[in-house]
Design a protein around this ligand. Structure first.
Ligand code: BGC
Length: 432
């Protein structure tokens, strides 16, 4: 171990002196998952763009209709990974959190006393795995899902105040010896006219429309994320004391739990943001990819296996989710705080500064802009990464790819696509 550290330091020093001699940008990459020689050199090294480390995050390269993973993109080169979170585990937690809330707070919850617990659902993006999983999770827990091709149908239903929709069914909950019908009164993909999905403003308008035509039937609001959930909460449900449930544990949503927001799910963005940059750091250092992840690094950073899983066959790291409710929200008030077990500064001598190109697909996405990016900005310093953050418009891939004009200036790339099908728009640029 000690020997390895010394050789890394030497390699790094050698790299610095080569660069200082103006030797044309340093040496080549450290090579793969488990090499033991440190990489050296400055940005714009001789490494071909197609061989540089690449991490996809938040939107997993996959077919947006079937969910099938795009393994060509996920294994673009031997330094390519995906970082996200376990969508199914989180979706199940969200559904269970809502069901348990209904059971524990049934007195007064059925606002018009008709024996039907009515809920409305804000859907983020019908082609995004996370969104699909969350819609399924809610329908499954509440008994409103209907199977289609072996999975719960995740389509939006429009309005269903009479219970006649065919993509969902009425569920039933027995609470305290009394049976209640559970009905999805309405659901809609929150996409604005310009094409941006997970759109908070659209959700705020939708609750306005829904509440004015069947407001007294709405007892619960479920949302695929907090951005949309908070927009509905502020527009209507806070005043009406209708519990609203979201996802992401953004700081504003966590704070709103004190004012009646029902709950949210932390997708452990603090772990994801770390992993996003850490896999690049490791690939650039030419060390085992598990360094500072499952194996403690030279600064003492390490993650325990209750906060993430790695699926090698998918080249993907997934953070695990935690429910945030009135019982525990005090522990989640700052969503941008680095995760303590991986908060130690790397030594610049052994881990020289590298230049990273990173994009956020939609600069106005609540989760990405208020939680994920601030976390990345906290970790980049700790990991000695000089990151250029590019904010997209959330609608077109070209708005982002246009700003990847000179990949040779960067040592590694972190990509958040607009559509999960579009990985080739990026890899083709790196392959040129
Ligand atoms: C988050 C959403 C966000 C989306 C963007 C999801 O993982 O939960 O809040 O809008 O990613 O891709």
């Amino acid at each position: 171990m000690k020997k390895k550290m010394i050789s890394l330091t030497l390699a790094a020093m050698l790299g610095l002196s080569l660069a200082a001699c103006g030797g044309g940008g340093g040496s080549t990459s450290g090579g793969g998952d488990s090499g033991d020689s440190g990489d050296s050199g400055s940005a714009a090294s001789d490494v071909a763009n197609k061989d540089k480390p690449l991490v996809w995050f938040n939107r997993q390269p996959s077919n947006s209709s079937t969910g099938e993973l795009d393994m060509a993109a996920l294994s673009f080169n031997d330094k390519t990974y995906y970082v996200g979170f376990d969508a199914n585990q989180g979706a199940e937690l969200q559904g269970t959190m809502i069901k348990e809330y209904i059971e524990a707070n049934i007195d007064g919850l059925d606002r018009n006393g008709d024996g039907v617990i009515g809920y409305v659902l804000a859907i983020g993006d019908i082609g995004h795995n996370d969104s699909i999983a969350r819609t399924r999770g809610v329908r499954k827990a509440l008994g409103t899902g209907i199977e289609k091709d072996g999975e719960i149908n995740s389509e939006p239903i429009g309005t269903n105040t009479d219970g006649s929709a065919t993509a969902v069914q009425d569920g039933e909950l027995e609470i305290g010896g009394k049976k209640y019908v559970v009905r999805e009164l309405a659901s809609q993909e929150m996409k604005n006219s310009a094409g941006a999905t997970w759109d908070a403003a659209t959700a705020g308008n939708a609750i306005g429309t829904w509440s004015s035509s069947f407001g007294d039937q709405i007892d619960v609001i479920a949302s695929n994320n907090d951005g949309m959930g908070m927009s509905m909460f502020n527009a209507w449900s806070k005043d009406k004391e209708v519990p609203t449930f979201g996802y992401d544990a953004n700081s504003d949503a966590v704070a709103a739990i004190a004012e009646g927001y029902g709950g949210t799910i932390s997708q452990h963005a603090d772990v994801q943001a770390y992993l996003t940059l850490r896999v690049l750091r490791n690939a650039l250092d030419g060390v085992d990819i598990d360094t500072g992840i499952g194996t403690e690094d030279d600064a003492g950073n390490v993650l325990s296996d209750d906060v993430y899983v790695y699926r090698e066959e998918e080249r993907s790291y997934y953070a695990l989710n935690v429910a945030v409710t009135a019982d525990n929200y005090g522990d989640f008030t700052d969503s941008t705080k680095v995760y303590d077990p991986v908060s130690k500064q790397l030594d610049e001598g052994a881990h020289a500064t590298k230049k990273i190109w990173l994009n956020i697909y939609n600069a106005s996405d609540n989760f990405l802009s208020s939680t994920y990016q601030p976390l990345l900005q906290n970790y980049d310093k700790l990991l000695n990464l000089d990151v250029d953050y590019i904010g997209g418009d959330g609608q077109t891939e070209s708005n982002i790819t246009n700003r990847l004009g000179n990949p040779a200036e960067y040592d590694a790339f972190a990509i958040n696509m607009v559509k999960t099908d579009n990985a080739a728009s990026y890899t083709s640029l790196l392959s040129q």
